[in-house]
Design a binder for this molecule. Structure first.
Ligand code: ADP
Ligand code: MG
Length: 621
């Protein structure tokens, strides 16, 4: 029979190279990957047999067999699942399709130590077998087909495909161990590993070692057991199996609902952020089962997008087994499940936030930005999400505060929850617009996720207190005592003189600003820009401009600090000499300064440099 040699897709080759030279300490994960593939294959056939019962008629009992052969130095993992035909083998074991894998491969640096750490965060599936094998042969016969095929490779750039024979449907993966990988040939060790990795697998796994043959797992679906019957280790193993994960679950949500709709839920929040969390193409991979039969792991109607980091299983008793994709999309029962599951997960998150505040902040650090999408996507959950949301704040660098904490620390007379949005918390904390608030001891939230700009437009208030941007409208700081500024205020310039300067500056700047006015929010800086009360927040406007969703920017208001020496000087100058030529350069330099502070580009950098140099020249000559 002729054998055909083919090349791996480039990404696979890189991955294989990494596997072959791997110094990863947890090599045993290759067994988990192979067993998990075998159990997936049985799940798939069980589902296919719902509509085509003839596929399993001859052999209705699913099983997985692991056979050890010390003399031949092989481990064989066989299943009677769906199997693969020739095309399947070439595609499934020659390319990478799994979501996030491309991103994973892109991050590989070639530096073994770093890359190994990456493997730890990302399951690499079938190819992980090459950490221990010097050759692998996969013989498979697809359910319903007569022909079998063997795929084989040494983990270098190529693999071969040839016609083969196999008694029955299913797949056998024969792993030939490399020199030095003798530990896997010890029966006791292998059986221990298979046990830990397979306890949750919903079909019997038999271990064959010479004459000895034993079933090593319980073979019942883990999610159907009660919480008390499941150990932490079993949860962790199941999470890794069902979620293609390598880390620990941070939170486990396991319950059974018996009401209008009967269903079991076993979901996990990962402890680390997946690579593709913000990839727009990312979909949740929660598996939907109906009466213990796997239906799909691509059901976007089950879990809302803002919970897309969840992994695990939902098993419903009341959906029909032969449910189609179209039915899934419109099923009111699924809508019910989605709503009930979201509520429960948010509830458990809130509990965790209370019980273990410190650990909760690490969760928030990883997934908060995703969760906040729910604030505007789902009106119903707005309150629940805002309640657990954590924010950076001007009061304490690096700390995460809740809105409840914020409100509890509010100053007397404070009417709003103040915030500022931008790209970087440290930079925001130094914004001139914050000065007046800081002087009065008022905390300001520093919002740095792009999503913040969007939910803020849909949420007017939290628990009766409105949100208010410190870079928009006039600062409502007058009612709140400024503390140590009172005596200075006595020598502030006269209102009429400030007004004269404002008019002169506005005249010099023309249409570049909408208005020039005295500021109550500045204490140290001379100027800042703010948006008009009804206008877009400045940072949001910048974001929209970057995304080309906005062409006409709105006009800004320039605020000046009448207590600042520079402004005082200008007031005196205008009073003495009138609004002559001197004021124009000063006005433009003030505006450029304010723009730089906003992180915006200057309309005419050359003119800025010229004016600045002229000003400095006056000082040095
Ligand atoms: P994943 O399991 O995440 O899809 P793998 O690298 O583990 O990725 O496997 C790649 C694909 O190969 C699987 O999606 C499946 O289609 C196919 N496959 C692997 N092992 C088997 C098997 N024992 N039976 C049937 N198909 C298999
Ligand atoms: Mg797999």
């Amino acid at each position: 029979m002729s054998e055909e040699r083919m090349e791996f897709q480039a990404e696979v080759s890189r991955l294989l190279q990494l596997m072959v030279h791997s110094v990863y300490s947890d090599k045993e994960v290759f067994l988990r990957e192979l067993i998990s593939n075998a159990s997936d294959a049985c799940d798939k056939l069980r589902y296919a047999a719902v509509t085509r019962p003839e596929l399993t008629e001859a052999d209705p009992e699913f099983r997985i067999t692991v056979t050890l052969d010390g003399d031949a130095r092989t481990i064989r993992i066989a299943d009677n699942g769906i199997g693969m035909d020739r095309d399947d083998l070439v595609r499934d074991l020659g390319t990478i399709a799994r979501s996030g894998t491309g991103a994973f491969v892109d991050q590989l640096s070639g530096d073994a130590a770093k890359d190994v750490a990456l493997i730890g965060q990302f399951g690499v599936g079938f190819y992980s077998v090459f950490m221990v094998a010097d050759s692998v042969a996969v013989t498979s016969r697809k359910a319903g087909d007569e022909t079998a095929w063997t795929w084989s490779s040494e983990g270098t750039g190529t693999f071969t495909i040839a016609e083969a024979t196999r008694e029955d449907r299913g797949t056998t993966v024969e792993v030939h161990l490399r020199e030095g990988e003798d530990e896997w040939l010890e029966g006791g060790k292998l059986s221990g590993i298979v046990k830990t990795y397979s306890d949750h697998v919903a079909m019997p796994i038999t271990l064959v070692d010479g004459e000895e043959e034993s079933v090593v797992n319980q073979g019942s679906a883990l999610w159907t057991r009660s919480r008390n019957d499941v150990t932490e280790e079993q949860y962790t193993e199941f999470y890794r199996h069902a979620g293609h994960a390598f880390d620990e679950p941070w939170l486990t949500v396991h319950y059974r609902a018996e009401g209008k709709v009967e269903y079991s839920v076993l979901l996990f929040v990962p402890s680390s952020r997946p690579f593709d969390l913000f990839d727009p193409a990312r979909r949740n991979r929660v598996k939907l089962y109906v009466k213990r039969i796997f239906i799909t792991d691509d059901c976007q109607e089950l879990i809302p997008p803002y919970l897309r980091f969840l992994k695990g299983v939902v098993d419903c008793e009341d959906l029909p087994l032969n449910i189609s994709r179209e039915m899934l999309q419109t099923s009111p029962m699924l809508a019910h499940l989605k709503s009930a599951i979201s509520r429960r997960v948010l509830n458990d998150l809130e509990k965790k936030a209370k019980d273990d505040a410190e650990s909760f902040t690490t969760f928030w650090d990883s997934f908060g930005a995703v969760l906040k999408e729910g604030i505007y996507e789902e009106q119903e959950r707005q309150e629940a999400i805002l309640k657990i949301a954590r924010f950076r704040t001007s009061a304490e660098a690096g700390a995460w505060v809740s809105l409840d904490d914020y409100k509890a620390r509010a100053k007397d007379g404070q009417q709003a929850i103040y915030y500022i949005t931008g790209d970087d918390a440290d930079q925001l904390a130094r914004s001139p617009q914050l000065e007046g608030y800081r002087a009065r001891g008022i905390e300001v939230l520093l919002l740095t996720d792009p999503v913040d700009n969007f939910w803020l437009t849909t949420v007017p208030e939290f628990d009766g207190t409105p949100f208010r941007s410190v870079t928009r409208g006039s600062a409502d700081l007058d009612e709140m005592a400024a503390g140590d500024q009172d005596d200075e205020a006595a020598e502030a310039p006269r209102e009429a003189d400030i007004a004269t300067l404002s008019v002169a500056l506005k005249q010099a700047l023309g249409e570049q600003v909408k208005e020039v006015r005295a500021s109550t929010r500045l204490t140290d800086s001379a100027v800042c820009l703010v948006a008009d009360e009804g206008a877009l927040d400045m940072h949001l406007e910048r974001l929209l401009k970057q995304q080309q969703q906005l062409d006409a920017p709105s006009e800004r208001i320039m605020e000046i600090n009448p207590r600042h020496d520079l402004i005082r000087g200008l007031i005196t100058k205008v009073k003495d000499e009138g609004a002559g030529a001197g004021i124009e350069d000063a006005a433009l330099l003030l505006l450029d300064q304010a723009l730089i502070l906003e992180g915006e580009s200057l309309p005419d950098p050359a003119a800025f440099a010229r004016r600045m140099s002229a000003l400095m020249a006056r000082d040095v000559t």
